[in-house]
Design a protein around this ligand. Structure first.
Ligand code: UFG
Length: 328
């Protein structure tokens, strides 16, 4: 019997490559479609790769026609909050317009299962800090807006096509590396807190800056729900199994339900690495909400998701091993 086929856009990136690996290990045949603008060829390991852009609808259509996937995982996107404020058009293009291209081809080819990378940034700066999917989305930066628009496009399209079902996962702060050391973060210009902290510990940066110490949180720094890449990747496999079993469209948070402040993360990074790296307190970074923590009741109930790596130590130590050993 032939394996079920999945097209993965952005499968050469940090999250897409980890999901590709897990899909392959779970018995799916995967084809990665990626323009390698931020992703890396090596990260696709042994999967088939088409180097292409989502703007190139002809190539996308030809790829889908010949590969004939039964499901699409759509990761390809721009992901930095700060950059989205400086370059909003890039975010609406890459995140929103390109989703329309992907969906149009899926529509033409009759592909009716879709897994979408959404983000906690759709919530904006919620008053409570801990957010459930029933909270009214109110993004405070173009990145969050571009993803919320994409969610609305998916919802409207699903109404027009009763066969089409999707899972949109709203990721909180994804970090860490594959515990077996095969994959991890490899951005050319890393901006995320844990990666910046570890690269500072390694001596690649002179110091780590803290963006804002006057937030209404216990130690004045922002609180986030950090989730290990392997648990996040596993949620995607469960999402596809859920759709394959006939599950209905689902929009769900993906996080642990526990937050850590920037200062707590730095302390843990110093403990894990054993390096007391220099830290400088600076002003706020535009577009940052004070606190974002997931309610994960829905994902636990609907996808039967049970995290296996949910501690800050697991996240930071796996990322540290990756930083120390990777050759790329
Ligand atoms: N931070 C610093 N110094 C740094 C880097 C980050 O103080 O050098 C702070 C930020 O100001 C923020 C926190 O650390 O308060 C986390 O920042 P990240 O850049 O690591 O992550 P974000 O919370 O901005 O965004 C990430 C993803 C988004 C996703 C969001 C969901 O990049 O895609 O988490 O919570 F939407």
């Amino acid at each position: 019997m032939s394996k079920p086929r999945v097209l993965v856009t952005g499968g050469a990136g940090y999250i897409g490559s980890m999901v590709t690996l897990l899909l392959t290990m779970s018995g799916y045949e995967v084809l990665v479609y990626d323009n390698l603008s931020t992703g890396n060829r090596w990260a696709t390991l042994d999967s088939q790769l088409v180097v292409g852009d989502l703007l190139d609808v002809e190539l996308l259509r030809a790829t889908v026609k010949s590969f004939k996937p039964t499901a699409i995982f759509h990761f390809a996107a721009s992901i930095e909050v700060g950059e989205s404020i400086e370059r909003p058009l890039k975010y609406y293009q890459n995140n929103t317009v390109n989703l329309i291209h992907m969906l149009s081809v899926a529509d033409e080819e009759g592909i009716d299962r879709f897994v979408f990378s959404s983000t906690a940034a759709v919530y904006g700066a919620p008053e409570t800090g801990v957010v459930s999917e029933d909270c009214q989305p109110a993004p405070i930066n173009p990145y969050g807006s571009s993803k919320l628009m994409s969610e609305r496009i998916l919802a409207d399209y699903a109404v027009s096509n009763p066969l089409f079902r999707y899972v949109a996962l709203r990721y909180f702060n994804v970090a860490g590396a594959d515990p077996e050391g095969r994959l991890g973060q490899a951005y050319r210009n890393p901006t995320h807190l844990i990666t910046r902290a570890l690269k500072t510990a390694k001596g690649e940066f002179e110091k780590l800056e803290i963006f804002g110490t006057d937030y209404p949180t216990p130690d004045g720094t922002c609180i986030r729900d950090y989730i290990h890449i392997s648990d996040l990747a596993n949620a995607h496999i469960l999402a596809l199994q859920y759709l394959d079993a006939g599950g209905k469209t689902l929009v769900s948070n993906c996080g642990y339900g526990r937050g850590y402040s920037v200062k707590e993360v730095i302390e843990e990074a110093k403990r894990v690495t054993g390096v007391d790296f220099p830290v400088l307190e600076k002003g706020r970074r535009e577009g940052d909400p004070p606190e974002l923590v997931a309610s994960n009741e829905r994902i636990t109930r609907e996808l039967k998701w049970t995290p296996a790596y949910d501690s800050l130590e697991n996240i930071i130590s796996s990322a540290w091993q990756w930083e120390l050993t990777r050759r790329k």
